[in-house]
Every structure is written in structure tokens, then in C-alpha cells.
Design a protein around this ligand. Structure first.
Ligand SMILES: *Cc1c(COP(=O)(O)O)cnc(C)c1O
Length: 398
């Protein structure tokens, strides 16, 4: 019999705030009713704010982040088109695999799992592509498998510098709503996210931002798609309806979660994630452990992947789960057993990251990693309370 709270520190699904769960507890309703657009049109408007776009359209497709990947590709690229992608973690690898299976000719640049998108290599390849043979450039903004955030603006800059006309696809599944994302400023043509990460909702919808350039491309695109066709979706969305039955509960939850994000203020949301993440990183450093991310400029504010050296990271996960009712993220694919991940995004506060660190300490120690108890928690506490402890009360480390 498990008592108390079950702790979820995985990078999605994230914790759903109680008020959001309550907001979803509504009766079924008529999705063709005259006033249905009162709910949905405002959701489209506010989701554009989260993407930071005034010019793109947003669409909600039943599915998850990966279905929005597929919708983005099949609406704008033709079978046989050449695209440029990097593989630097499990999510970027799966997206490249999908692109290949959908019939695209994928130029893949493989870099270390822990590196960011190889901007210089992209610049070289795009610069050499004088005939604009490359139709799209794909960027995984936040590689959730490795805890790496890449520089989307830098990719846009190199595309502009060589006057390249390719579409820019960005996977923002674990960044949108948690880490700054600027669709218009970065010239993102297809922005992909889902409901179960920064938006603090259950899984169930793939969310897509499509620029006017992407929508224009969809009008001549010959790839087969039916359920995910932009044309049907945009035609119905114009009046707040959908071409199929939408998950209305999820839409009511989204209303509440968008209210929370916009009420806190997006910049404050990003600052909170940065602060919580920095506390976690201080803790990890105090343990003497290393992140999978290669350098500080790549550190993700939504997830940290922590290397466990000679110790099997699966043991850490098993102990946390069985002894402490706590889920951390597992190491994916080639990182299985080598890292465990702490997801620190969504509806989170300092008490929660401190709990994560303390349970990680206990689990790491029991798995055989040499840990000084309290070291990570202490480092995070020192950071979170910085400048607030009166001189007379400062006893630590002096
Ligand atoms: C979670 C995630 C996905 C997959 O999303 P699903 O909703 O599971 O389909 C894709 N990309 C990134 C970066 C993710 O973090």
C-alpha cells in the first residue's frame, strides 16, 4: 500500500495542476453548438501568444507531439524532397526516422548525444546548396533525451545568411511554454508541441504552429494525408470548429492552463524554470556528477540528464520508484543505464525540486554512487535562499 504523494519528475507527462484537472471535469457538450467557438477561438488566440506569433495559424490535432511532427511533414513536403536534420538524442533521431519513412531524402548530421544542433555544419551544407535543393531544415529545440537546448535563432541566421529558402521546422515539445520560444522572430515555419509538457495537461493533442509560408506550401504539397490535412482543419477552425470530434475536456483544461501561463506572464514562467533548473544543476555539481549536456550554454531549463558513471542508472530509477514513490526519467536508447533524468518543467516550485534532489541522493547512494547526504540539497538551498539569510544565521561552510 503506497501512501502520500507519488512524485513525478519526468519530462512529460508533467504534473497537472489541481485547478486544471478540475476544469476538465465538465459534462460532454455539443461540438457543433453555435457558441462552441467562444471556447476554441480564444484558445487559438492565446496559443499564438505562447508560440509568440501574430502571423502564423495554430492547429490542434488529436494525437501527441509525434502526430504534429507527421502533420507538419505531410502537409508541406513532397515524397523525395531533401531535408536537413541533426541527430543528437533520441527525439531528433526519431524525427529523422519518421522523415525517412515518409519518403523524404534526409541529410543527417550525427553529432554527440549531449551536443546541440551543429549550426556551423548546417551553415556549410546550406551554403553549398546553391540550387535550394534542401526544402526544409529541422531543429529539435530542446532534446529531451540529453537535456540540451539548441539555438534556433542561430539556425535561422545561417539560413538567412545564405539566402536559403528552406522551411524551418522546430520541435518545441519540451520547450514551448517553459523555455523562451519565438516563432515569428526566429522565422519558424512549423512549430510543434504537445499538451503534456509545458502546457501541464494530459497527453491528447498535437499542437502545430504553421507560418503563412508553410500554409502556402501545403496548397501545392502532393504528399498524401487525410486526417491531418491543414485545409480541412483551417477551414473548420476559422469559425471555431473541428473536422472531427475534438477532446472537449482537454480544451477546457487548456483554457485553464493558458490562463495560468499568461497570468504568471511568459517571461516569469521562463525565469522560474531557469531558476528551478539552476538549483537542480547546483545540486548535481555538488554531488560531483556530470550532465550529459556538453557545455553550460546547452543546459536545458526543463530537463537534466545526469550521468551515473560505472553505476547502472536503471538501479537509481528502480530504487526511487519502489522505495520513494518517485519517477525520474530513464535514459533513452543508447543512454539507457548511463543517465537518469530529472524533469523540472511545468507546474513546479522550489519545494518540489528540493524533494527531487533529496530522493535522488538517497537513490544514488543506495545504488552505490558515493554521495555526501545533503550535499546536493544544500547547494540548491544555498542558491534558492541567496541574499535572504541574515548574516547572524549564516553558519554553513564558514
Ligand atoms: C516528448 C517529446 C516528443 C514526443 O512527443 P509525444 O507527445 O510523446 O508524441 C517529441 N519531441 C520532444 C523533444 C519531446 O520531448
Amino acid at each position: 500500500m503506497k501512501t502520500g504523494i507519488t512524485h513525478l519528475y519526468i519530462p512529460g507527462p508533467t504534473n497537472v495542476p489541481e485547478v486544471v484537472r478540475q476544469a476538465m471535469n465538465v459534462p460532454m457538450q455539443d461540438m457543433r453548438a453555435a457558441d462552441f467557438g467562444d471556447l476554441t477561438l480564444d484558445l487559438f488566440r492565446d496559443m499564438k501568444k505562447v508560440f509568440k506569433t501574430t502571423t502564423a495559424e495554430v492547429m490542434f490535432f488529436p494525437g501527441s507531439g509525434c502526430s504534429a511532427w507527421e502533420a507538419a511533414i505531410t502537409n508541406t513536403l513532397n515524397v523525395g524532397d531533401t531535408v536537413l536534420m541533426a541527430r543528437h538524442g533520441q527525439f531528433s533521431t526519431l524525427w529523422a526516422d519518421m522523415a525517412e519513412r515518409l519518403g523524404l531524402n534526409v541529410i543527417t548530421v550525427d553529432v554527440a548525444w549531449g551536443a546541440g544542433v551543429p549550426v556551423a555544419e548546417f551553415a556549410r551544407i546550406l551554403g553549398a546548396d546553391k540550387a535550394d535543393k534542401i526544402k526544409a531544415v529541422f531543429v529539435t529545440h530542446n532534446e529531451t533525451a540529453t537535456g540540451v537546448t539548441s539555438d534556433v535563432a542561430a539556425v535561422r541566421r545561417v539560413m538567412d545568411e545564405c539566402f536559403h529558402n528552406a522551411l524551418l521546422f522546430v520541435d518545441g515539445v519540451s520547450s514551448v511554454g517553459s523555455i523562451d520560444f519565438r516563432m515569428d522572430e526566429w522565422g519558424v515555419d512549423l512549430a510543434v508541441t504537445g499538451t503534456q509538457k509545458g502546457l501541464m495537461l494530459p497527453a491528447g493533442l498535437g499542437i502545430l504552429g504553421a507560418s503563412q509560408k508553410a500554409i502556402a506550401a501545403s496548397k501545392t504539397c502532393t504528399s498524401r494525408r487525410v486526417f491531418y490535412d491543414f485545409k480541412d482543419m483551417l477551414a473548420m477552425n476559422a469559425n471555431g470548429y473541428f473536422p472531427h470530434t475534438p477532446p472537449t475536456q482537454l480544451l477546457h483544461g487548456m483554457r485553464k492552463s493558458l490562463d495560468r501561463l499568461l497570468g504568471e506572464g511568459l517571461e516569469n514562467v521562463f525565469a522560474r524554470h531557469a531558476r528551478l533548473a539552476e538549483g537542480v544543476r547546483r545540486g548535481i555539481a555538488a554531488w560531483g556528477l556530470e550532465l550529459c549536456a556538453e557545455s553550460p550554454s546547452l543546459y536545458s531549463n526543463t530537463v537534466s540528464a545526469i550521468k551515473t558513471g560505472d553505476i547502472d542508472a536503471r538501479e537509481v530509477l528502480r530504487i526511487a520508484y519502489t522505495r520513494y514513490n518517485t519517477s525520474f526519467g530513464s535514459g533513452l536508447a543508447r543512454l539507457a543505464g548511463k543517465v537518469f533524468r530529472i524533469g523540472h518543467l511545468g507546474d513546479l516550485n522550489e519545494g518540489m525540486t528540493l524533494t527531487a534532489l533529496s530522493i535522488a541522493e538517497a537513490s544514488l547512494a543506495e545504488a552505490g554512487v558515493k554521495i555526501e547526504f545533503g550535499s546536493g540539497v544544500g547547494a540548491a538551498l544555498a542558491y534558492y535562499t541567496e541574499g535572504r539569510i541574515p548574516a547572524a544565521a549564516r553558519i554553513a561552510a564558514e
